[in-house]
Design a protein. Sequence first.
Length: 137
Amino acid sequence: MTRRQRIVISLLLAFAAVVLVFAFQWSVDEEDTVVARDPLVTSVSPAPGDQALRQDTISAEIQLPYTGVLKIDGIEVSEPHLQRLQVGTTTRLSYTPGPGTVTGILSSGIHRATVVYWRPDAGRDNAREYIWSFNVT
């Protein structure tokens, strides 16, 4: 191997190492992403971006005295498919898709869930929303 070939190969390797270092520094970890959520929504499941099964329960917990409903892909979940459970200072709204429900079994792919919540004394006209997405496998 000639001296010139060694120099070219050394320069290419150095360039590749520099590019690799910059690539690692510029990458964004999913954990570094800040998700802004109204503090009145204490938790959602599946979490934003999570993988879920086709019949996994979808839920949101909201602070009392708020009440609300869930929407899955824009379809509002009505009674009796929407379960409400008071747990301490929160209300858990949950829905399990499946045969005979408003959404049926969820298809594979990205789905969008929305919790619409409001103070009972203010009425639904003053409702707020929190929207998140998850992936069904």
